[in-house]
Design a protein. Structure first.
Length: 209
């Protein structure tokens, strides 16, 4: 039995989703960087090497945001080489699978061009930053460009898109939730969750954390 192409499903969902009503984010002085805290906490306790590689990739993603580098596959591949500790991080050459094979992400002659087009929308000024960050994160998850480490690449992409707006989340742990390509409500929920975490950072500063 052929598994539905979840990438095609996602491309339809992302066109139909109402991204304009994502929560407004505040630029607040970060009392802590949630991604760094996540790496230094649960990731390091589980795998110190993985933590160090993620921190190195995060530093690149933040630096790329600061220099306003265009978000494209080459940028992601640079982060991914750090994540995987490899000298190369090419675009996959076959269909990809996730969630124990329940989602299949097809590969056609258009896949890389479609991915590039989606990534360019990460700086669309007509879409709220929370929506852009959520959408770009899900783009990476469902295009599944790499043979390994796509969840980490997706989270780095989310952090990068927010960093371009000088927004740093107080924590990222709650973002580690499984998302499905055919779930428009889940896509919108990710943008909402980014807003919640942004407000949590504001509250933490107010409490002196």
């Amino acid at each position: 039995m052929t598994v539905t192409d979840s990438l095609s499903v996602w491309l339809r969902v992302r066109r139909e989703a109402d991204w304009r009503h994502a929560p407004v984010l505040r630029q607040v002085p970060p009392s802590r960087d949630g991604f760094q805290a996540w790496c230094e906490g649960p990731v390091r306790r589980r795998d110190p090497v993985r933590a160090e590689r993620l921190l190195a990739a995060h530093a690149l993603a933040r630096a790329d945001a600061a220099r306003r580098a265009p978000l494209d596959f080459a940028l992601l591949a640079g982060w991914q080489r750090e994540v995987l500790g490899e000298t190369e991080a090419p675009f996959r050459v076959t269909d990809a699978y996730a969630k124990a094979g329940r989602e299949r992400y097809g590969l056609t002659s258009r896949t890389q061009a479609d991915f590039a087009s989606c990534l360019r929308e990460a700086t669309d000024p007509n879409t709220p930053p929370a929506a852009r960050a959520a959408r770009a994160c899900l783009d990476v998850a469902f295009f599944h460009p790499f043979t390994d480490g796509n969840a980490r690449a997706a989270l780095l992409t989310l952090v990068h898109v927010l960093a371009r707006e000088d927004i740093v989340l107080f924590e990222v742990g709650p973002l580690q939730t499984t998302r499905y390509a055919d779930d428009p409500a889940g896509a919108a929920d990710l943008a909402t969750l980014i807003g919640v975490l942004n407000r949590a950072g504001t509250a933490a500063i107010g409490q002196g954390h």
